[in-house]
Design a protein around this ligand. Structure first.
Ligand SMILES: *[C@@H]1O[C@H](CO)[C@@H](O)[C@H](O)[C@H]1NC(C)=O
Ligand SMILES: *[C@@H]1O[C@H](CO)[C@@H](O)[C@H](O)[C@H]1NC(C)=O
Ligand SMILES: *[C@@H]1O[C@H](CO)[C@@H](O)[C@H](O)[C@H]1NC(C)=O
Ligand SMILES: *[C@@H]1O[C@H](CO)[C@@H](O)[C@H](O)[C@H]1NC(C)=O
Ligand SMILES: *[C@@H]1O[C@H](CO)[C@@H](O)[C@H](O)[C@H]1NC(C)=O
Ligand SMILES: *[C@@H]1O[C@H](CO)[C@@H](O)[C@H](O)[C@H]1NC(C)=O
Ligand SMILES: *[C@@H]1O[C@H](CO)[C@@H](O)[C@H](O)[C@H]1NC(C)=O
Length: 252
């Protein structure tokens, strides 16, 4: 029993020395930290694109509508159109905040789960030395760590690769959400249906309204992925890089 315990102490001490001497990987708080840093910076670029989308998509909401199928009362038409515009525009704001909320997860997945995955051993061959606790990695480490593995300097060395993977997935998310049958058009249809129900429209009136609005909205969704992709950091937004790299290099 006694011998066993001291063996354990010995083994633990050995393991601690071994770990302290090795090069660590970008752990949970590091992964979350850099994903949040990218998302915080890039959300500034995303917001105006969604604003333009909202402007576009609310501009011709009623194109092709026969209002006489909805109601014979101009007052009702007036109220219902105002409510629809508010609702659709509120829903676009919801899309914006939801997307920004989801950005860190998409970015984290792109960096660590998409090829090339920034995981694994950085000791073979050895390029950099783990700085002592409380000391940051340096930009020089970032230059030296020239193969793909799990530590912060490697992620930093291949910064553009990681940004590219993130842009691809962020674009893909917009494409998924904007597809016919996707979450965006589904949410809009639900809002229109709720309003048609509140105003006691006939089923013909409600169907006509829903068809027109969803057709018009979807026509903007059809071009949104291309608009988004070309408007979102066309130069890859280098202005945020230095701060994000410094943060990345502050993780052990
Ligand atoms: C908004 O519409 C303009 C003009 O058609 C188009 O150039 C732009 O890409 C659209 N933007 C978005 C985000 O839908
Ligand atoms: C749109 O519909 C959702 C769910 O049906 C509802 O929670 C939300 O309040 C509506 N938004 C607007 C702006 O009408
Ligand atoms: C907010 O937008 C998301 C899509 O990003 C959608 O799935 C959700 O239903 C919307 N919320 C409401 C209350 O309509
Ligand atoms: C990132 O993507 C751009 C455009 O798609 C490409 O020109 C560039 O070579 C890529 N950079 C890296 C490091 O993968
Ligand atoms: C987009 O949808 C495809 C197919 O459903 C899925 O495999 C992919 O993971 C989605 N991408 C993102 C970024 O949500
Ligand atoms: C719709 O019908 C309900 C019940 O018949 C009524 O209480 C409500 O005021 C009507 N709504 C409108 C906007 O006319
Ligand atoms: C490490 O980097 C972080 C982020 O840039 C910075 O706030 C911190 O002061 C740095 N620490 C040292 C010891 O230089």
């Amino acid at each position: 029993m006694k011998i066993f315990q001291s063996f354990n102490v010995f083994a633990t001490t050995f393991a601690m020395i071994f770990i302290a001497g090795s090069v660590k990987s970008c752990e949970k708080d590091c992964r979350a930290g850099i994903s949040n840093a990218f998302a915080d910076s890039w959300s500034n670029e995303v917001k105006p694109i969604f604003e333009n989308f909202k402007k576009n998509a609310t501009s011709n909401l009623f194109y092709g509508i026969s209002f006489d199928k909805i109601s014979s009362d101009p007052n009702v038409i007036n109220k219902i159109t105002k409510e629809l515009i508010n609702s659709v525009s509120g829903q676009c704001d919801n899309f914006t905040s939801e997307y920004i909320y989801e950005m860190p997860g998409v970015i984290q997945n792109a960096i660590f789960n998409e090829e090339p995955k920034f995981m694994g051993d950085c000791n073979n061959p050895k390029r950099v030395t783990q700085p002592p606790k409380g000391v940051n990695w340096t930009m020089d480490d970032c230059v030296k760590m020239d193969y793909v593995c799990g530590n912060p300097p490697s992620i930093c060395h291949f910064f553009d690769v990681n940004k590219n993977k993130s842009f691809v997935d962020l674009d893909q998310k917009i494409a998924n959400y904007s597809a016919p049958g996707g979450v965006y058009i589904t949410a809009i249809k639900n809002n229109v249906t709720a309003i048609a129900t509140n105003y006691n429209l006939t089923s013909d009136g409600a169907n006509h309204l829903e068809t027109c609005i969803s057709t018009n909205f979807q026509s903007w969704l059809n071009v949104f992925p291309a608009s988004f992709s070309s408007a979102f950091c066309p130069d890859m937004c280098p202005k945020y890089d230095t701060n994000i790299k410094l943060l990345l290099l502050s993780y052990p």
